[in-house]
Design a protein. Structure first.
Length: 328
C-alpha cells in the first residue's frame, strides 16, 4: 500500500511571500512619505486587490510531473491591480530527479529550487499584472521526476503585491493519481503468411500475402488500482510495403478500427473490446489481453519493418498514457 505525503500548505505560501517582499521594490521612498496624495488617486487606490486559485490539477508519467494552475483576480471592480505574481509549486523531494522545470508562455521559472524539509519548492513569476475581472495565463509546469507510479500530493500557492502590500491566495492541494504501465505477457511474434506455397504444389506464389502478429499485453502494475482505459493497438509499416486491404482480427477481444494511409507510413488500428461489464476497453490490474492480428502486405516484402504500439490513458493519473512499443 502506497504512502501519501501530505502537502505543506503553509510553507510554500510563507516562503514565497517573503521572496516577494525581499525581491521587489515595494518600499515607499522616504522623500515622498510626507506628501499628500491627490484626492482622486486616494479614492481609487485605497482598496488593495486580491487573488484566488482556480483549475488546479496535476498528473504524472514515468519521467514528468505536470501541474496546471490558474491565478485569477478576486478584488472588487474599483480595487487596485496585483503585480509581481509568483506561484509556488511544492513537490515531495523523493519523487524528483535533477532538472530545470519548464513553464508555459508568460511565466518564468525563478530558481534555484528551495528544499524545505522533505519538500522541493519551485517559484514561477508571471510577466504581467492582474486587474479586475482578469486571470493570468494558465501556468503549466513540467518537472522531471523519478519513475515512481504511486499516488502523492503537490501544493500550490500564489503571492503578489497590491498598493505596496503583500497579497496571497489560499494554498491548494492537487492530487497526483497513480498510473499504470503495460507489458508483454508473451510475444509479440510475427510471421509471414501466403508468400509462397510448398514446392510440391507447383504454385510458388499465392494471391493473399499477409503479415500476422500474435501475443498478449498485460497490465504492468498489478500493485496499483489504476486501470488502462480505451486500450488501442497501432501496427505501422512503410506504405510502399502494403497492398490494399484492411486489418483482420483472428483471435482475441479486439476489433479493427481502420486504416490510415499517411505520408510514407500506413497505420492499422485495433481496439480492445474486452473488460468487465460496463468497462469495455478497460484493462484492469492483473488482467491481460491476447491478440492475433493480420495486415496485408505486398509480395516480396516479408522483411518489412513493422512497429506495434499498444497504448491507453490511465485515468487515475489525470490522463497519463501508458504505452508499449515493439519493432520488428
Amino acid at each position: 500500500m502506497s504512502t501519501v505525503e501530505p502537502a505543506p500548505l503553509a510553507s510554500a505560501h510563507e516562503i514565497s511571500r517573503r521572496r516577494v517582499l525581499a525581491g521587489t521594490a515595494w518600499a515607499t521612498p522616504a522623500i515622498v512619505v510626507g506628501l499628500a496624495a491627490p484626492q482622486a488617486a486616494a479614492s481609487t487606490l485605497e482598496e488593495a486587490g486580491s487573488m484566488v486559485l482556480g483549475a488546479v490539477s496535476a498528473h504524472q508519467s514515468s519521467t514528468t510531473l505536470t501541474v496546471n494552475v490558474t491565478t485569477a483576480y478576486a478584488g472588487s471592480a474599483s480595487a487596485a491591480p496585483v503585480e509581481a505574481i509568483i506561484t509556488t509549486v511544492s513537490v515531495p523531494s523523493s519523487r524528483l530527479v535533477a532538472g530545470t522545470p519548464a513553464a508555459s508562455a508568460g511565466w518564468t521559472y525563478v530558481g534555484p529550487v528551495r528544499i524545505n524539509g522533505g519538500w522541493s519548492e519551485f517559484d514561477f513569476q508571471w510577466s504581467g499584472t492582474l486587474a479586475s475581472g482578469a486571470a493570468a495565463a494558465p501556468l503549466v509546469v513540467q518537472i522531471a521526476k523519478a519513475d515512481s507510479r504511486t499516488h502523492f500530493d503537490v501544493s500550490v500557492a500564489s503571492v503578489g503585491a497590491s498598493l505596496h502590500r503583500p497579497v496571497a491566495t489560499a494554498p491548494a492541494t492537487a492530487s497526483v493519481g497513480p498510473y499504470a504501465t503495460l507489458g508483454w505477457e508473451w510475444g509479440p511474434q510475427t510471421q509471414t503468411l501466403g508468400e509462397h506455397d510448398s514446392a510440391a504444389s507447383g504454385n510458388p506464389w499465392v494471391t493473399d500475402r499477409i503479415q500476422e502478429f500474435r501475443g498478449a499485453v498485460t497490465h504492468g502494475s498489478p500493485e496499483l488500482s489504476a486501470p488502462v482505459v480505451g486500450l488501442t493497438a497501432l501496427v505501422s509499416v512503410p506504405s510502399s510495403h502494403v497492398r490494399p486491404g484492411n486489418g483482420v482480427v483472428r483471435s482475441g477481444p479486439w476489433g479493427f478500427v481502420g486504416r490510415r494511409d499517411q505520408t510514407g507510413t500506413t497505420v492499422f488500428e485495433f481496439a480492445y473490446t474486452g473488460g468487465a461489464a460496463g468497462s469495455t476497453g478497460t484493462l484492469a490490474p492483473g488482467s491481460s489481453a491476447q491478440f492475433t492480428w493480420q495486415v496485408p502486405r505486398r509480395p516480396g516484402q516479408a522483411g518489412s519493418p513493422y512497429t506495434v504500439t499498444v497504448q491507453g490513458p490511465s485515468p487515475s493519473a489525470s490522463g497519463a498514457v501508458a504505452a508499449l512499443t515493439h519493432q520488428f
